[in-house]
Design a protein around this ligand. Structure first.
Ligand code: GAL
Length: 848
């Protein structure tokens, strides 16, 4: 109740109401051949992809804030159908699936939103974001003019659009959504669908239009749909021009790096190259750039696509998996964004003129009634260039773009990074803590010994059978990675072929992992190699006279998420399954009676839940090490501070991990990246591809696993692992991620900002040189000239500097003992360097 006398409350109410209604002011979104227009005004849109299920609601506000601080004015996301409708007509919008809350967070921070409905999304998401139950519906064919498919697609997209409208989230309702996308990169597969492709595209467009969202629709990488915006995806889009001459040049996916795979190395796309691609896109008339991903995040649970997409979806994005700025990428792009926004009007309304200097060197001049902005682009991979423009000389390094907001002074060059490089480190738990104490249980496998149709255990209540080998998804509906295929074989001791006892068992599977048991004994396991998932398992086995039980456990590691007809790719044991006896006589077991049991016993018993029944059955003695099919459990204290928390699982094999019942994803640290393919140096020049600048060769594809802080309580956190291959849990530990070193690299005329994290301060400056230092972070060397004061200025101000600072109240300060500091890179700060000619720079390596 608001009392008349409570003036304060009334004021608050009025202000709140004002804010509420002002955020509900509708605006119009249109476009012309130059840009997206908001209420008739052309805009530069700098957007970043953040997929809400790849982080947590607790992380969203800070991720969005860091995006805004990084100079973005929009956030893009797909909508993840398979997660929202895990079973047909049963919906989930809870927790990190709360799409509305995510969009509200974007709106609250004053950013635009781009909503890509798909519902096919690709995105390295399990099954491309389409539900597996849909793939199992009789007669379905994905992404084509097929009634089963289109009915479901219509049902889901209508549901989402209705929700959005109900919540007033469209621009036309005063909400943040300025663009919507239907389908995803259909042009890449359309030729495989023949004539139906065209009618499906038309149908998709008419469906989209029927939603009346009053904002433009996008179909990225679809070149035959003039009624919607066709847009570009890739590492470079400067040479892309939409087919429709009345449409602007829009880049829906600027790949900021690449995704991690089990068995792969770590991708790195340099800040210089990414900035080059963006600046070139704007040089050549682009006005909307969306970073895919700006924050990649984590494939929690079983959401990773595949096969073999890793749990981390870091993507080498400007914000790392845990939400920390990935420096220098984040900062280097931020500076570019500020410059671009400062010339928004000139870029979107100015007249354009190009000068070709030859050899991949060009200048683009935007002129708006005499107000000019220039881009000098050098796309030559090896040669720096000095050009003369209007009587003045400009040096443009190879593979770089300079931006001159007034066509006179260069304020930004994509190859000159003036931002800190952060070297991230992992810290083990607080020193006063005892090592983790593990308890364990074996996965229940007793049933393997009996006859498979003898469903003695409760666990077999829902087993099914068929006289054929069944495709895995069809049986599991993807409710688990695991499916047991069990059969029995009668061996007659008098048979000349089969009486020998020693025979070869041959199993052909489409992947991805196979464990073989005969009469309860583990005969071996095999995993597919990355990118060749089909294999034949062959082992000599001993059979007994009479009944023998053959049990095959097949495990998938992420379902395919891309390509035409990907839903028809078979998973699991498709056969044949053969026994090969003497004289190569074979018994084909494929049409035997097979009993199917979906999932592990431990999954059914929910061993990962704190309140799981039978929790007292965990053993503390004789901890098994390097044994397959073991469940491990421990408890741990939350690490102090606010730094992100990770599990270091080096030493474990493969499996899945849960913290306080939250499935943090599959783990597979025993799968190493190939020994070769990495290089110690990385040249930003030349076109990026995912094999360039790889790191981590010969090491675990993924060693650390993110545990969002919101999954934790102060004390008594439970960690449960299911270990499938065998590993050593005593080597696992809980760690935090923070900035270990802040390296600075800034050119004269700029300000170098150094920043530690989590309240830590700079304890030491290991290197500082103002002059022409060489090398990179952690390997800097003094060049041919430097200011002798370099180190002491950065470490601690000289008396003279302190005095000057006092008089002029300068903002720069010394670094040691500070969480952050900023240094003007100039001779005034450091004194004469003795360098002549070249642009001087400051290199610093500071320890946090
Ligand atoms: C694109 C696709 C995205 C994502 C990306 C690779 O082709 O549209 O969803 O899969 O490739 O990361």
């Amino acid at each position: 109740m608001v009392g008349v006398g409570s003036g304060g409350s009334l004021l608050v109410l009025v202000i709140t109401a004002f804010c509420f209604f002002s955020s509900l002011v509708a605006f119009e979104v249109t476009y012309d051949n130059r840009a997206i227009k908001i209420d008739g005004e052309r805009k530069i849109i700098l957007s970043g992809s953040i997929h809400y299920p790849r982080s947590t609601p607790e992380m969203w506000p800070s991720l969005i804030k860091k995006s805004k601080d990084g100079g973005l004015n929009a956030i893009e996301t797909y909508v993840f159908w398979s997660s929202h409708e895990p079973q047909r007509r049963q919906y989930d919008f809870s927790g990190n699936l709360d799409l509305i809350r995510f969009l509200r967070n974007i709106q609250e921070q004053g950013l635009y939103a781009i909503l890509r409905l798909g519902p096919f999304v690709c995105a390295e998401w399990n099954f491309g974001g389409l539900p597996v139950w849909l793939g199992n519906m009789p007669g379905v064919r994905f992404r084509t003019q097929n009634d089963v498919y289109t009915n479901e697609m219509k049902n889901f997209t209508t549901l989402i659009v209705d929700m959005i409208k109900r919540e007033n989230l469209l621009a036309s309702q005063g909400g943040p959504i300025i663009l919507t996308q239907i389908e995803n990169e259909y042009g890449l597969v359309s030729s495989s669908y023949g004539d139906e492709a065209k009618s499906y595209v038309n149908w998709s467009i008419s469906l989209a239009k029927s939603f009346n969202v009053s904002v433009p629709w996008v179909m990225c990488q679809e070149w035959d749909a003039p009624e919607v915006l066709d847009t570009c995806n890739g590492w470079y889009c400067d040479q892309f021009y939409p087919k429709n001459p009345d449409a602007p040049k829009v880049w829906t996916e600027n790949w900021t790096g690449w995704f991690n795979e089990w068995g792969g190395a770590n991708p790195l796309r340099t800040a210089e190259d990414l900035a080059f691609a963006v600046a070139r896109f704007f040089q050549y008339g682009g006005t909307l750039n969306n970073y895919y991903m700006y924050h990649g995040g984590t494939n929690f649970g079983r959401t990773a696509g595949g096969p073999y997409i890793a749990t981390t979806y870091d993507y080498n994005s400007p914000l790392d998996e845990y939400g920390n700025p990935n420096q220098p990428k984040w900062g280097h792009l931020k500076q570019l964004h500020l410059v671009l926004q400062s010339i928004e009007k000139i870029l979107t309304y100015g007249e354009v003129r190009n000068i070709n200097y030859g050899n991949m060197m060009s200048a683009t001049i935007y002129d708006l009634n005499g107000k000019r902005a220039c881009f000098f682009g050098n796309a030559n991979e090896t040669n720096d260039r000095t050009i003369t423009f209007e009587g003045k000389k400009y040096h443009v390094p190879a593979w770089s773009v300079s931006v001159l907001p007034d066509c006179q002074a260069e304020v930004y060059n994509t190859a000159r990074v003036n931002t800190q490089t952060s070297v991230m480190v992992k810290h083990s738990r607080d020193s006063d803590e005892a090592p983790l104490k593990w308890t364990w249980r074996r996965e229940y496998l007793e049933f393997l010994k009996g006859h498979p149709s003898n469903k003695r255990s409760e666990y077999f209540r829902d087993a099914t059978s068929a006289t054929q080998l069944m495709e895995q998804k069809l049986v599991t509906n993807d409710s688990s990675d695991y499916l047991w295929y069990m059969t029995s074989v009668d061996i007659d001791g008098n048979d000349p072929v089969w009486g020998k006892e020693e025979v070869t068992l041959q199993v052909r599977t489409e992947g991805h992992i196979l464990h073989v048991f005969v009469n309860g004994r583990h005969m071996g396991s095999h995993r597919a190699k990355i990118r060749s998932y089909r294999f034949v398992f062959e082992r000599s086995v001993k059979l007994q006279h009479g009944k023998n039980t053959i049990a095959l456990l097949s495990a998938t590691v992420g379902l395919p998420n891309a390509g035409a007809y990907y839903e028809t790719i078979k998973q699991g044991i498709v056969g044949p399954v053969m026994l090969i006896g003497t004289n190569n006589q074979a018994k084909d077991l494929s049409t035997n009676k097979w009993v199917y049991k979906v999932g592990l016993h431990g999954e059914a018993a929910e061993l990962f839940r704190d309140d799981a029944p039978g929790h007292h059955n965990w053993l503390s003695e004789n901890l098994p090490i390097n044994r397959s099919f073991v469940w491990y459990k421990t408890t741990f204290k939350s690490p102090s501070g606010q730094d992100p928390v990770v599990l270091d699982l080096l030493g474990l094999g493969k499996g899945a991990a849960w913290v306080n019942g939250h499935h943090i994803g599959r783990y597979w640290p025993s799968y190493l990246a190939p020994e070769d393919g990495c290089s110690s140096t990385c040249d930003y020049r030349g076109k990026y591809n995912p094999n360039k600048c790889l790191s981590n060769c010969g090491k675990s594809s993924q060693r650390w696993y993110h545990v969002p802080r919101s999954f934790l309580r102060d004390e008594g956190n439970s960690l449960v692992l299911f270990e499938e291959f065998g590993g050593n849990p005593t080597l696992a530990s809980v760690q935090t991620v923070t900035v270990g070193k802040a390296c600075g690299n800034a050119y004269e005329g700029n300000t170098l900002e150094l920043l530690c994290q989590g309240g830590r301060v700079i304890s030491e400056v290991k290197f500082a040189s103002f002059g022409d230092p060489k090398g990179n972070c952690e390997s800097f060397e003094t060049g041919s000239c430097e200011s002798p004061n370099s180190l002491s200025v950065v470490e601690n101000l000289l008396v003279l500097h302190r005095f000057i600072m006092l008089i002029y109240k300068c903002k720069w300060q010394a670094c040691v003992g500070k969480e952050s500091c900023s240094i003007d890179v100039s001779e005034e700060t450091f004194g004469p360097s003795g360098c002549h000619g070249s642009i001087k720079r400051l290199a610093v390596e500071a320890i946090c």
